[in-house]
Structures are given as structure tokens and as C-alpha cells.
Design a protein around this ligand. Structure first.
Ligand code: PMP
Length: 366
């Protein structure tokens, strides 16, 4: 009798998926994942220290209603029709949205290059990806996205890994004309000039995802949000399932959102610092002939044909950045480097100075 192998027993979409394995080489300075390199808000740390055994012994709240309410207040979105879903990171909200609306074989349309987990979640949910290159200005091609008539259209604003903003005109065109659900991923919105969270009041088919992992400094706790019409959010919660945000994460996140010097003020002050250091790093990189794309996030994307090699060199000097070997060459500014680029997270200036000091000899010996 021939036995069916385990990979054959698994769903094909699962067995063919590689494990997520970014380069996690331990380095003294890690600028690779766009998290808050200043740390976590002191109010969140205090809340974790004050956790009682009773809170840990029992299940957390089912859908984290208190936390959701605190986040909506932070956004200033009080209207009755707007709701919020929580999740184990915004990854969980994105995955749950695909599961809620995408039946196997349905299309999901998104621009390339964009957040690397989108094709992965699409595959896990047996969705059919329709990819459309960003325009030469790094905007989404709104007409082509709409013409794809996909069940789900994903926009990332600002976009990872390019760091660039999307135009309001393109986003609103997609929101107004898309055939199905529109996801606007705002993981880096705190660092951007414009917010798209108000789009949820324009259409009941829009879900804006946000996260505590970047500006809020709580990536290790895994908390994310989906804001949209109450009807939309309830469907996502059904797909998500109960108890996805743990008790520690919920109380630390509520504390970080508190309008106090150690909570929200701390977060806002460090967003400001990140924006200042982003501008300073951009200028310093230019003096090394490395020209980053116009960033509205807490990282810079630097096209360079030597990206992979430079990343290895930096690693040997104790600095980790993320390199991309081929982001596609449809966009002219990326075509010049053959699609290769370095993605550098912005943090406290001494870390960035170390990066610059390590890069300089590599560039000068060209
Ligand atoms: N969206 C974008 C654009 C991201 O870059 C990331 C994290 N790198 C996420 C979503 C997921 O973040 P999290 O699950 O930590 O909320």
C-alpha cells in the first residue's frame, strides 16, 4: 500500500508556501524591520508590570472592545456607523479580511512592489492575485486596479517597501469605483503627511488597517486594527475568531493610547523624531551618492545595484538592513538599479551615524 505523504495530505496552497524567513542575523544595530527603535511607551511597560495573576489566568476579552474604543478615540472617529476589529497584528486583520470576503478562486488586486505578506495571505486563502505595477511616480494605477474588478483591492499607503505615499486622487478613485472590498493598509500612516482613515466614512466597503507595531513601539505584543463600517467589521470578526488579542497586549496597548506624557505624548514625540531623522539620513546618504525614494514612512528605500552586497558588508560590521534583489523593473527609478534596493529603518541618530560610518568606506572604495 502506498502511503500519501504529509505534503500531499496538506492543502496545496499551504505545502507550496515557503516559511517566512527574513534575515534575522543578530546584529548590534537592527534597522531591518521598521519597528520603533526608541523602544516602547513607558505607560505600556508600567501596565505590563501591573498585570495580575487573575488577568493572566482568565481568557482576555473576546474582541477587545475596550482597546478598539480607545483606538477609535485616538483616531477621532466617533460616528455611529464606524466600527473597529482588532487582531494579532494587522497581519491577522489582513488575513481575516481575505478569509471573510474571498472565496477560493476570487481575485485580489494589488500593486507591485508592495507589502510582501499580501501574496502570501492571498495564496493561503486560495485567492488569485492580479498584480499591477506602480506608476512612474510610485502611485497606484487606479484605473487598472478598478478595471481588474477584483473581489478585494489592496492599497498600501504609505507603501512598503517603497516608503512612498499614494495620491488622494488615486485612492479615492479606487474607493469610489472598485468592484468589491478596498483594503487601505495604513501601517505607516503616523509618519505620513496624509491620512486615509477617513475613507471609511466615504464607503462602507473600505477597511483601513493600522498597527501598534510601528509608531507605537509594541511589535512584540502583536496588536493590529481594522477600521470600517460596523457591518464590514463584524464580518471580519467572524472570520477572525475570538480571543486573538491577549490580555497583556490589550492592557499595554490601552495604556499606550492614554492621553498622557508616558503614553500618547511619548508616541507622538518619537514619531516626530523619526520624521526629523528620516530627513537627516536622506541628506547624509545623498552625500554618499545614495539617493532614497521620497519617504513618508519610518524607513528609506535606497535603489542600488549593489544592495545585496552592501547588506552583507554592513552585516559583517554589526548592522542589519533589509535588501531586495529584485523589486521589479517596471518603475523607472528602480529600473536603474535592476530592481535592487536597500531598506533602512529610521531610529535614534547614533544608530544611523553608525550605519553611515559603516557605509562610507564601502562606497568610497568603489
Ligand atoms: N502592513 C505593512 C505595510 C507592514 O509593513 C507590516 C509589517 N511589516 C504589516 C502590515 C504587519 O504589521 P503587524 O502585523 O505587526 O501589525
Amino acid at each position: 500500500m502506498t502511503m500519501i505523504t504529509l505534503p500531499q495530505l496538506a492543502r496545496a496552497s499551504v505545502s507550496s508556501l515557503p516559511l517566512y524567513a527574513p534575515d534575522l542575523t543578530a546584529c548590534a544595530i537592527d534597522l531591518s524591520d521598521n519597528t520603533n527603535l526608541w523602544g516602547a511607551p513607558p505607560a505600556a511597560m508600567r501596565a505590563i508590570r501591573d498585570v495580575t495573576a487573575g488577568m493572566i489566568a482568565r481568557y482576555p476579552s473576546i474582541y477587545s472592545a475596550d482597546l478598539g474604543g480607545a483606538y477609535l478615540r485616538y483616531l477621532g472617529l466617533g460616528s455611529a456607523g464606524v466600527g473597529i476589529a482588532t487582531g494579532c497584528g494587522s497581519d491577522d486583520v489582513l488575513d481575516s479580511t481575505m478569509r471573510a470576503f474571498g472565496s477560493p478562486g476570487d481575485a485580489i488586486a494589488f500593486s507591485t512592489p508592495t507589502f510582501s505578506m499580501i501574496p502570501t495571505f492571498a495564496q493561503l486563502n486560495d485567492l488569485r492575485p492580479i498584480t499591477i505595477p506602480l506608476t512612474a511616480q510610485f502611485d497606484v494605477d487606479a484605473q487598472r486596479l478598478v478595471d481588474a474588478r477584483a473581489k478585494i483591492t489592496y492599497l498600501c499607503a504609505p507603501n512598503n517597501p517603497t516608503s512612498t505615499a499614494l495620491s488622494r486622487a488615486a485612492v479615492e478613485y479606487v474607493v469610489d469605483h472598485a468592484h468589491g472590498i478596498v483594503v487601505i493598509d495604513g501601517a505607516y500612516e503616523e509618519f505620513a503627511a496624509e491620512s486615509f482613515v477617513g475613507q471609511v466614512e466615504r464607503s462602507d466597503r473600505v477597511i483601513v488597517t493600522r498597527t501598534m507595531s510601528k509608531a507605537f513601539g509594541l511589535a512584540g505584543l502583536r496588536v493590529g486594527f481594522g477600521i470600517g463600517s460596523v457591518a464590514l467589521v463584524r464580518l471580519i470578526e467572524r472570520a477572525r475568531g475570538p480571543y486573538k488579542v491577549n490580555a497583556l497586549a490589550e492592557c499595554a496597548s490601552v495604556a499606550a493610547l492614554d492621553d498622557s506624557a508616558d503614553g500618547l505624548d511619548w508616541v507622538k514625540a518619537h514619531v516626530q523624531l523619526a520624521i526629523e531623522n528620516r530627513v537627516k539620513l536622506d541628506v547624509a546618504l545623498r552625500s554618499l551618492a545614495l539617493v532614497a525614494l521620497a519617504s513618508e514612512a519610518n524607513f528609506l528605500l535606497v535603489p542600488s545595484a549593489r544592495a545585496v552586497e552592501l547588506t552583507e558588508r554592513l552585516k559583517s560590521r554589526g548592522i542589519l538592513v533589509r535588501s531586495f534583489a529584485n523589486l521589479g523593473v517596471d518603475v523607472p527609478l528602480l529600473a536603474e538599479s535592476g530592481g535592487a534596493a536597500l531598506r533602512i529603518g529610521v531610529g535614534p541618530w547614533p544608530m544611523l551615524q553608525s550605519l553611515l560610518d559603516a557605509l562610507a568606506p564601502e562606497i568610497e572604495c568603489e
